[in-house]
Design a protein around this ligand. Structure first.
Ligand code: CA
Length: 220
């Protein structure tokens, strides 16, 4: 049966979480506060946050970029895994959500590692490139508007060093990627992005069926 990826039923998912997720009380509180928001589904799952924290440690990452902060759960996971002199350039446009994020970053004692840039992410990424920050980052997490995934990816690929990693969220898009009736801009953008990445020889890739699908692309 090992040629399959296992079907994770709700019961099995609960088990997976019960034997592997080590969520701090603060992360749990942030998840519970975010659950009240209308767009709560935009938050990554606790096992995905923990997986990303593990990646940060495996990479020995110090500098990272996050495109799409929302209420800051993923940035909190990554920041906690970074060394004390680590840095996340965190891009978002929403003041309300990132106010929640900043409150938790402060409480966790990681706010000094997170440089929040409230502006369209493409502008922030282009500014970093203009400042000559090519190959200066170890990790990038892309989790914002799907229409711009390819644009974010291209910029992050330049910003990340060889051997660095880009993680792209929602690549299975709640299963809509294989639903021919779904032809909206977001779904089409994700399909196109996935298809182009497969052919992209600049990176090694793997699509992990965690959360809503997370693709890892390692810059060659
Ligand atoms: Ca997401």
């Amino acid at each position: 049966m090992s040629h399959f990826t296992i079907q994770v039923t709700p019961e099995l998912h609960q088990y997976l979480q019960s034997v592997s997720v080590r969520e701090t009380d603060l992360l749990k509180a942030l998840r519970e506060e975010t659950a009240k928001e209308e767009l709560a589904r935009m938050q990554i799952s606790p096992e995905q946050g923990q997986f990303m924290a593990l990646l940060i440690k495996l990479l020995g990452a110090r500098r990272t970029v996050e495109v799409g902060v929302f209420t800051g759960y993923s940035a909190l996971c990554v920041a906690a895994a970074l060394p004390d002199n680590g840095q996340i350039i965190a891009c978002d446009i929403d003041e309300g959500w990132t106010n929640i994020a900043q409150r938790y970053w402060q409480q966790a004692g990681v706010a000094h590692k997170i440089d929040l840039r409230l502006a369209p992410a493409l502008k922030t990424l282009d500014n970093l490139l203009c400042e000559g920050q090519q190959d200066q980052f170890d990790f990038a997490f892309i989790d914002a508007d799907k229409e711009n995934y390819q644009n974010y990816y291209e910029r992050c690929l330049t910003l990340v060093r060889p051997g660095g990693l880009i993680a792209v969220d929602n690549v299975l898009w709640n299963g809509n990627v294989i639903n021919p009736d779904k032809q909206d801009i977001d779904t089409c953008a994700i399909r196109t992005f996935n298809g182009q990445l497969l052919k992209d020889e600049r990176v090694d890739i793997s699509l992990i069926p965690i959360g809503d699908g997370l693709t890892l692309a390692r810059k060659r």
